[in-house]
Design a protein. Structure first.
Length: 229
């Protein structure tokens, strides 16, 4: 999960903890609709955070797999045909279709180059076989291109999943922030004559950037309430 998002979740979690610790004093506020909204927002953000993290791990694995398939396509299937064509088919009019290097090509560009190579080499399939290539060398080339395309698309779909989770987390955090704003209005109104309690509440809801525990922060400002809790 993004560090900024994690800090916001931690901040919302501290506020929810505050509602639980002082539930008796807060009364109906602790179980109000915005309190429920806050709880749901936190749970949603944390669940989506797990999905986001899982997607990121899958992307790492898929990238490694895609890199291995890319290397195999270039080294095992394409380059030998290029080398053979330059040596054995020298002077053939359409030899240029078989000899461009795939070294700098990636993803769909490499897939397209492999497929066009298979098409261009089809008329010389027998020559390839006579030269020592497997009888299905061109079919293997096509299969390797298909495998790379599948790996590339798979990683792309996982990146979409990660982006959806990231956006979902943002929406959940925005909902949580809205709930906190409403709760702040309710708490400020109910405890307008209790500045000590309000000080503790303000500490709980304003901590966003730095990690820490609610109880430590509240204890330093409102020891009597922490002791009571």
């Amino acid at each position: 999960m993004q560090m900024k998002q994690q800090r916001r979740i931690d901040s919302l979690r501290r506020i929810l903890d505050y509602l639980v610790i002082y539930a008796e004093k807060l009364g109906s506020i602790a179980t109000s609709e915005p309190a429920t909204q806050l709880s749901i927002s936190i749970a949603t953000a944390e669940s989506l955070g797990n999905e986001q993290g899982s997607a990121q791990r899958r992307i790492f694995g898929q990238f490694s797999r895609e890199s291995a398939i890319t290397r195999e396509l270039r080294v095992v299937h394409m380059q030998p045909i290029i080398t053979f064509a330059k040596a054995r088919l020298h002077g053939v009019p359409d030899i240029a279709a078989l000899t461009p290097s795939p070294r700098n090509l990636l993803g769909p560009h490499l897939v397209r180059a492999a497929r066009t190579m298979a098409t261009a080499a089809a008329p010389y399939a027998e020559v390839l076989t006579q030269g020592g290539f497997p009888h299905d060398a061109l079919a293997q080339l096509g299969a390797a291109a298909d495998a790379l395309e599948a790996a590339w698309l798979d990683r792309g779909n996982t990146r979409v999943d990660r982006a959806k989770s990231t956006h979902g987390i943002k929406c959940a955090l925005d909902s949580g922030a809205e709930a906190v704003s409403i709760l702040n209005a309710l708490v400020t109104r109910q405890f307008a004559k209790d500045p000590t309690f309000l000080a503790g509440w303000n500490i709980a809801r304003r901590v966003h950037a730095k990690p820490g525990t609610l109880r430590a922060g509240v204890a330093s400002e409102t020891p009597e309430h922490t002791a009571a809790a």
